[in-house]
Design a protein around this ligand. Structure first.
Ligand code: HEC
Length: 156
């Protein structure tokens, strides 16, 4: 009888949530990730909104290395996502790619750029559980844009 009291159930549920939280709360951004963007044009106040390195081969190369160091363990090596804990990042621009008008499509992609930057900088925490660590202390905006460029180059 004791085992089915609401109080016991609440305790059990609380315990489960706490242990799940403890397991995931260890997710921190790996401080040993090294990304050298010094060969790319610097980002300044005059740089327009959105990814300034889109389609640039050097940025894509740097981004591939950065991605595989920092992101692959959750989103899949080389962005090949097969049952990874993190979502498939190659699907992010699907809705934009269906927009026929080039100007509106461009706005959609720049919007996703902004979402991408913020997601990576701040990470993803839901009800106190860190699903993805914040990378702003480890990755510069330039480094994050190289990762976005790499991912875009991988789209099927
Ligand atoms: C510890 C695992 C982990 C690592 C490391 C990680 N992520 Fe994530 N990421 C996740 C999870 C889990 C989600 C989904 C979280 C949610 O929506 O609550 C996510 C979500 C995202 C999203 C939002 C996607 C969407 O469509 O909503 C982006 C963008 C992203 N990650 C990029 C990156 C990049 C870039 C890196 C490397 C710098 C990275 N992540 C490293 C686990 C991780």
């Amino acid at each position: 009888m004791l085992l089915t009291t609401p109080r016991f159930l609440r305790c059990l549920l609380g315990g489960l949530l706490l242990s799940a939280g403890a397991a995931l709360a260890n997710e921190v951004a790996d401080p040993n990730v090294v990304v050298d963007t010094s060969s790319l044009p610097p980002i300044t106040a005059a740089t327009p909104a959105g990814n300034p390195y889109r389609g640039q081969p050097r940025a894509i190369e740097i981004g591939r290395s950065a991605y595989n160091q920092a992101c692959s363990r959750c989103h899949g090596v080389d962005a090949v996502n097969k049952g990874q804990v993190g979502p498939d990042l190659l699907r992010m621009d699907r809705a934009c790619s269906r927009i026929a008008d080039p100007a509106i499509r461009e706005m959609c992609v720049v919007d996703n750029d902004d979402f991408f930057l913020k997601s990576v900088q701040e990470g993803k925490t839901r009800v106190g559980v860190v699903h993805m660590p914040a990378w702003k202390e480890v990755l510069s905006p330039a480094a994050i844009w190289t990762i976005r460029s790499f991912l875009e180059s991988r789209k099927p």
